[in-house]
Write a protein that binds this ligand. Structure first.
Ligand SMILES: *Cc1c(COP(=O)(O)O)cnc(C)c1O
Length: 417
């Protein structure tokens, strides 16, 4: 059979894949299916849809999941999920009303009391808060590890903490925010395989918000789940909040079942907005990466900049560079740098920007700058923060699609302020 996804690249399919204009009076675009419930043609059909949705029986060959109620499924979500699968070559995807709901639903479905999660540091603040302050209420323990650890180092930290037999998940963010430290997914997979038993599979989850879905494909390197805050690059216009998780049909079916009962699926409108965003995802991200590389070169040479954290300037032949070559297809569009001085100098720079906006979040069409130590990463203990390289002099920039000459002009005038 002719399979479009085997011939065409994802960016060629983002405008049409999974949608048939005949479903909507020939409309070229999938409309917003702003409806709570769906009419069954017959009572028999309704019965069949429920049997599949509630897992009372498997699907017959060629049988589709019928539309029942928008908490369970909706065309704007299903078509969006099918399109997102193309980039990561995933079997299935579930979209959520936020990145946090995608992440926490994975934790709730795959962890139980007594389990332990090892996680790379630093993590997105919301994820770290959930691991450290919410999951312990259910008897689930989370232990952070340094992204600099190699396989032996990670294994010995797990053994020293005496948690090898309770380990259920390794959760990573690579590159780490805001220092762009890279973590080897295959190394984590190897640790998970060594400690898994017949009764228990240790899962690997990767938050790929920074690089995906274009430039890092964690499933290919052995991850079980790839997670996104779709609020960032996938949405890309700083105008919505959404999330996604992708993986095998078996695992995502479990997540979708829990999603049905938590009720944290994305709305039809959010689904429609994300489909519109996906059409330009590649052109946006490529321009953003090109701009970031230009800005990084400028910052490297500036006398008031003491260090630049960017995937484009990892020393050749270092361990980090080996991970980069294995796992990454681009240097991305996120960079951080240390300004000469401390908080005072950093704030003076941020307050002087004229084009780049002072805001948290990332991945949107407009460039954003922020101060991790007092903003996104203020929740981390000061001592730990310094160890991670998040000093008072550190500034993070999410580079947008503007003309890079204008971005450099803005940075230049703000640095000379
Ligand atoms: C923003 C972000 C999240 C949380 O996503 P929301 O859509 O804000 O819920 C998780 N991980 C990373 C890396 C993020 O940048």
């Amino acid at each position: 059979m002719f399979k479009k996804e085997e011939i065409f690249r994802p960016e060629s399919l983002m405008m049409s894949y999974g949608y048939n204009p005949a479903w909507s009076e020939g409309a070229i675009k999938c409309p917003v299916f702003q409806t709570s419930t769906f009419v069954f043609a017959t009572a028999e059909e309704g019965k069949a849809f429920f049997e599949v949705a509630y897992g009372l029986r498997g699907k017959e060959p060629g049988e589709k999941t019928g539309l029942i109620y928008s908490r369970i499924n909706n065309p704007d979500l299903e078509i969006l999920e099918n399109r997102l699968c193309l980039w990561d070559k995933a079997e299935e995807c579930a979209v959520f009303e936020s990145g946090m709901s995608a992440i926490t639903t994975v934790f709730l479905e795959f962890l139980k009391p007594g389990d332990v999660v090892m996680y790379s540091m630093p993590l997105y603040g919301g994820t770290e808060h959930f691991l450290q302050h919410i999951l312990p209420k259910w008897g689930i323990k989370a232990i952070g590890f340094s992204p600099e650890l190699d396989e032996e180092g990670l294994l010995s930290q797990i053994r020293e903490n005496e948690v090898a037999s309770d380990l259920a998940m390794i959760y990573i963010e690579s590159p780490a925010n805001p220092t762009n430290t890279l973590i080897d997914i295959e190394m984590c997979k190897s640790v998970a395989s060594q400690l898994s038993t017949k009764e228990k599979t240790i899962r690997i989850a990767v938050d790929n918000t920074y690089m995906g879905p274009l430039w890092q494909h964690p499933l290919k390197h052995g991850a079980d789940f790839v997670l996104y805050s779709a609020t960032k690059y996938i949405g890309g216009h700083s105008d919505l909040i959404a999330g996604a998780v992708l993986g095998s049909s078996e695992l995502i079916t479990r997540i979708k079942t829990l999603r049905t009962f938590l009720g944290n699926m994305a709305s039809p409108w959010t689904g429609w907005m994300l489909m519109r965003s996906l059409e330009t995802l590649k052109v946006r991200m490529e321009q953003q990466a090109l701009n970031a590389a230009k800005v990084a070169v400028y910052l490297e040479a500036h006398p008031k900049v003491t260090r630049v954290y960017f995937l484009g300037n990892i020393p050749l032949n270092s361990e980090q560079h080996k991970i980069f070559q294995k796992q990454f297809l681009s240097t991305g569009a996120m960079l951080s740098f240390d300004i000469a001085g401390g908080e005072k100098e950093a704030f003076r720079f941020l307050n002087a920007l004229k084009l780049i906006k002072l805001a948290v979040s990332l991945g949107g069409t407009e460039s954003l700058a922020e101060h991790p130590a007092t903003m996104t990463h203020v929740g981390i203990e000061p001592q730990k923060r310094i160890e991670m390289g998040i000093t008072d002099a550190l500034i993070r920039i999410s580079v947008g699609v503007e003309n890079y000459h204008d971005l450099i002009w803005d940075i230049e005038q703000a640095l000379s302020d």
